[in-house]
Design a binder for this molecule. Structure first.
Ligand SMILES: [Zn+2]
Ligand SMILES: [Zn+2]
Length: 334
């Protein structure tokens, strides 16, 4: 018989289909994409030397007079920085002008790298740039919420090979953010504690879904993971907004993020994935109820009509087995 599990943070239900369960390494993609990529491509706008091909540059992090990470405006932005935030209401037809920021973070000068194969120092540079952009853009009064995300591979929504991520600063609080915040407030009102701190304490106490733990961060497969190898990285310190991360925590998160992604890379053959940093709305930067975190969703299965109709997922990988498998993956020096 299958088991239905509920995620206490998102309230989502998932069917853990252990009878259909496949062995963890059956999810392997058997492709090693990055081994075949060139260091440089003349037609890649993100490669070192091709800086003129991107949108306007808004930030760069340099070492030895060379850039290590660059940020440019998205050439085809979903939101643009000019103009006022104007809300329009006409009966049930409501709209807001599309002001905001849509930036591309070019993570490395080299074309052939991916986070799983970068040095800890490189990953720390990316996280420093995330913090800089977050801290800068949240002061804009038109910005209500900031999402930092990465699409890796065609199955995750990108055709660009060059390592990059994106930031979207929106003029409204998106539903996924609003809903999580409201649930977190409700849990806090009922119990006097943060549902994320509680989840982390419970996961650490059980232990069998932990992938990797360090001084400041823990990476684990949640009890009610919606899809195979769906992974969360939680800071141990309660904090609502990503830009509160300290320098020391950035170095530590670089180790946990790279290690987790390298285990997926080596264990599952470089799967396509998305990751997203979930923070509180910008006006709720310090709260007792919300706790920022990073979610990684490998794209190993397709959603279909049942998910569309019910909002409920079927996960064919048992979270405890997936976590045990990733713990056992050696990442060596790569
Ligand atoms: Zn490139
Ligand atoms: Zn917390």
């Amino acid at each position: 018989m299958t088991e239905l599990r509920q995620n206490a943070i998102t309230r989502e239900w998932v069917i853990i289909a252990s009878e259909r369960s496949r062995r963890p390494d059956d999810f392997s993609q058997e492709k090693v994409r990055s081994a075949t990529l060139p260091l440089y491509r003349a037609d890649c706008p993100f490669c070192f030397g091709n800086e003129h091909m991107t949108g306007e540059e808004v930030f760069r992090l340099c070492e030895d007079e060379k850039w290590r990470v660059r940020v440019a405006l998205n050439k085809y932005p979903a939101l643009s920085p000019e103009g006022d935030r104007i809300r329009t209401y006409h009966n049930l037809f409501r709209s807001v002008s599309g002001v905001g920021f849509h930036e591309v973070i070019i993570e490395h000068p080299r074309h052939d790298l991916t986070t799983a194969l970068m040095s800890f120092a490189d990953v720390a540079n990316i996280l420093r740039v995330y913090r800089q952009r977050y801290a800068t853009l949240r002061t804009d009064p038109r910005v209500a919420s900031i999402i930092i995300f990465k699409n890796h591979g065609a199955g995750a929504g990108t055709s660009l090979e060059h390592p990059h991520s994106q930031l979207a600063a929106t003029p409204i609080v998106p539903y996924e953010v609003r809903f999580r915040t409201q649930e977190a407030i409700r849990y806090f009102d009922d119990t006097g504690e943060c549902v994320f701190c509680r989840t982390l304490a419970d996961e650490l106490a059980v232990g069998d879904r932990i992938i990797f733990a360090s001084e400041h961060f823990v990476s684990f497969i949640p009890y009610a993971a919606l899809s195979p190898f769906h992974t969360w990285i939680f800071p141990r310190r309660h904090c609502s907004s990503f830009d509160n991360i300290t320098d020391e925590e950035i170095l530590d998160l670089a180790i946990v993020l790279k290690t987790t992604l390298a285990k997926l890379y080596h264990g599952l053959g470089d799967p396509d994935y998305n990751y997203v940093i979930r923070s509180s709305p910008t006006d709720e930067r310090r709260t007792d109820y919300f706790h920022w975190y990073l979610a990684i969703v490998p794209r190993l299965s397709l959603t279909a009509g049942f998910e569309l109709g019910s909002g409920m997922y079927i996960n064919t990988a048992l979270p405890e087995e997936s976590a045990a498998f990733l713990r056992s993956v050696e990442i060596g020096n790569g």
